[in-house]
Design a protein around this ligand. Structure first.
Ligand code: ARG
Length: 356
């Protein structure tokens, strides 16, 4: 409780809330102390969520923290309604490809009571199926989530890109699965501007990265149901999701198609294949009219942001290892400097759940 009172006190002292009457901080503190909770206004939640984004040490996209939109879903009372709110989030945030940064906020935590939460790590994830011969169809990162959905009765088509249902747990019910309406899942088929064969690999990725298993902590109040999204950095898809050996592991096949000499790592066949895969991601998203940023541009934007924050006299907690791209880091400005301590304890913030 001491911690939450401190967070509340600090929250209402942020200059971003300076226009509120001084009395607001005192009444919120008093109510929190007496009842263990208090109700924030939608404006306080929106400002709190923007600050949570600005404070989050692992995000390289923070230059855009002011553009966040809020979908206030605190009034919902059932898992069905919350699923509906998630679909509304997908529709508004995907925005026909012009991705809008957004957070949806469900009922707040009431100490001692069970709560609504999304079990799935993101609103859109691809299933991963273990095959009899030890291989995996789909995304190996989501095998456990796929098996959980199957245990609840869900059946996928077993393609490499089956969209998993969203799993939601409610206070008085078992976890349930909700099939994502197909028309809300914007996807981009990958092609390469110079390699006509690339399209035949059948690769694609979805447009919206919407993290759904973190708590949003604002002013001593926790929102366990708070899916949020920005837009993708190309390398998340091209240099991790599709290339990591424990994910889609596509580099051997791409290198093969490129006719590279794969007899030794020293031929840099993996590096060459990786660059072309990333080129395909950037090219295809642009051709499809879906917003995504390349690692050079986002790194420059982040350095501008960090400098502006410093000039404004604010700390900008930053985790060097998270904000640098997984490929070509040394080519980006984020690599060549130090930052404020990557303090994840600052509030407001998006917080990893204890059980996630
Ligand atoms: N790296 C995650 C993925 O590829 C997404 C994390 C959030 N990314 C973002 N650009 N907001 O699925």
């Amino acid at each position: 409780m001491e911690r939450r009172l401190r967070d509340c006190d600090e929250f209402f002292r942020y200059p971003e809330l300076g226009h509120l009457p001084a009395q607001r901080r005192l009444s919120a503190l008093a109510e929190l102390r007496e009842t263990g909770t208090y109700r924030q206004t939608a404006e306080e939640i929106l400002i709190g969520a923007k600050l949570a984004w600005r404070n989050h040490a692992r995000c390289v996209g923070r230059k855009h923290w002011r553009s966040l939109k809020l979908l206030d879903a605190r009034q919902v009372t059932s898992a069905d309604e919350l699923a509906g709110v998630c679909w509304e989030h997908l529709r508004l945030a995907t925005n026909g490809g012009a991705i809008q940064s957004m957070v949806t906020v469900g009922p707040q935590r009431v100490p001692g009571r069970r709560e609504f939460r999304i079990v799935s790590t993101q609103l859109i994830r691809y299933a991963g199926y273990r095959n009899g011969d030890g291989t995996v169809t789909g995304d190996p990162a989501n095998i456990a989530a796929t098996e959980q959905a199957q245990a609840l009765g869900w059946r996928g088509e077993r393609t490499p890109f089956d969209v998993l249902p969203v799993l939601i747990s409610a206070p008085d019910a078992e976890v349930r699965y909700f099939e994502v309406p197909r028309e809300l899942v914007r996807e981009v088929d990958l092609a390469h501007p110079d390699y006509p064969w690339f399209g035949s690999l059948g690769l694609k990725w979805h447009a919206l990265p919407a993290v759904s298993n973190m708590d949003l902590d604002i002013g001593g109040i926790t929102y366990p149901f708070a899916p949020f999204n920005g837009w993708y950095v190309g390398t998340e898809i091209g240099a991790r999701n599709l290339s990591d050996t424990d994910r889609y592991n596509m580099l051997p096949l791409i290198a093969d198609m490129m006719g590279l000499d794969t007899s030794s790592v020293r031929t840099l066949w993996r590096d060459k294949a990786l660059i072309e895969l990333n080129h395909a991601v950037l090219h295809s998203f642009r051709a499809a009219g879906v917003h995504l940023v390349d690692h050079h541009t986002v790194a420059k934007q982040f350095c501008d942001h960090a400098e502006r924050e410093a000039a404004a006299g604010r700390r900008c907690p930053t985790d060097w290892s998270w904000i640098n791209p997984p490929t070509s880091s040394g080519l980006t400005p984020t690599f060549h400097r130090y930052y404020d301590e990557p303090d994840l304890d600052v509030r407001p913030n998006f917080v990893k759940r204890a059980d996630a």
